[in-house]
Write a protein that binds this ligand. Structure first.
Ligand code: PMP
Length: 352
């Protein structure tokens, strides 16, 4: 079929998501999903929305959902853009703002979808090295657009709001996109800066802290003029990226925020427990503010640990790339998931 392809497709290197095994029972600690279920009120809202109205198209501007999100962040609906997962929101951001003469700066160890979007849209990437503690050194970024996850993935390391503000003030004509996929696990959100800086976009997802990866819902917060650009791109691509069931789920989830606060506190507690246990086994783990930890063992290869765990029915993420191949990214599971992981690691290391 390749003779029928558009020429650019030949050169694409698509993003490879973590495995979603179809067979066998695995403890899945490889895609940073939430180990706890969505709020029961979300499931009820989806059931209620599953009615004859599904013959109708959803609201193309998702106004009710955007109002609920705006209220959650103390913003206006005009400052909110929604899409089919934050990956789609990010794709529109790359399309709307980064196809410019200046290269796009982002950390060299970061979300591996960014280089893929660069390739898709013909954007020149400038990947800026982390420091030796795996921290983002924002002061070494030049003028021009920047995107970074905060906390960063896969390291879990967090930048403070002061550092983000310093950048926003120093480069008022450069867009800063802060990808807050993991911010609800202990970091301070830059949502409070959105009203103050028109060069800031914050992206968020329902996939992690809102336990709704299966729904595909994400959003961006920013100045109304930035949101306007995203709406233009979206309306030149797909008028209805958020379906009626996803919209109902998204509204109900934020309306039951207290449920999620307790769920996410449990994830944070599990993370702290896991870090201590990994520590006791001799692992070196970066400080994490996310629902995953980035860890390595000085004595054992990352690839070996990954495979041994997989053979034992536990999936974690291993990045087979220079500089990262010693490390594992382990999603924080339920307390029972964490216990089983630690037990298995104890057995593996004792047998070596
Ligand atoms: N940003 C980062 C840093 C991520 O790790 C992920 C999850 N793969 C996403 C965005 C995308 O999340 P989703 O499309 O599920 O909203």
């Amino acid at each position: 079929m390749s003779r029928l392809w558009s020429s650019m497709v030949h050169n694409l290197h698509p993003y490879v998501p973590g495995e979603q095994p179809k067979e066998g029972t695995f403890i899945k600690l490889n895609t940073n999903e939430n180990p706890y279920p969505p709020s029961p009120k979300v499931l009820a809202a989806i059931k209620e929305a599953a009615n004859d109205d599904l013959r109708l198209y959803p609201d193309p501007i998702s106004l009710a959902l955007r109002k609920q999100i705006a209220q959650h962040h103390a913003l206006e609906a005009s400052q909110v853009f929604v899409g089919n997962g934050s990956d789609e929101v990010l794709a529109h951001i790359f399309h709307a703002f980064f196809m410019r003469p200046e290269p796009l700066q982002f950390p060299n160890i970061s979300y591996s979808f960014y280089p893929v979007y660069c390739q898709l849209y013909g954007i020149e990437p400038n990947q800026v090295a982390l420091n030796e503690d795996f921290e983002i050194e924002l002061a070494s970024y030049q003028s021009g657009p920047v995107i970074l996850p905060n906390p960063n993935a896969p390291t879990g390391r967090l930048l403070g709001l002061e550092e983000l503000e310093k950048r926003l003030r120093a480069f008022p004509d450069s867009l800063l996109v802060v990808d807050e996929a993991y911010i609800d696990f202990g970091g301070a959100s830059a949502d409070c800066l959105v009203g103050q800086y028109d060069n800031l976009l914050v992206t968020r997802t329902y996939s992690k802290s809102l336990s709704l990866a299966g729904i595909r819902l994400g959003y961006a917060l920013g100045h109304a003029q930035l949101i306007e650009a995203l709406i233009r791109v979206k309306d030149s691509f797909n008028s209805y990226p958020v379906d009626s069931l996803a919209s109902a789920a998204g509204i109900a989830a934020l309306a039951d925020w207290s449920y999620y606060q307790s769920v996410n506190q449990q994830v944070i507690d599990n993370r702290e427990g896991l870090v201590n246990q990994l520590d006791a086994l001799g692992f070196v783990t970066l400080p994490s503010t996310a629902n995953f930890v980035f860890t390595r063992h000085p004595k054992y290869q990352g690839g070996w640990l990954y495979q041994q765990l997989k053979d034992a029915g536990i999936l974690v993420r291993h990045f087979n790339r220079p500089g990262l191949d010693q490390w594992l990214r382990i999603s924080v599971g339920s307390s029972s998931d964490c216990d089983q992981l630690v037990k298995r690691l104890q057995q593996m290391l004792a047998a070596k």
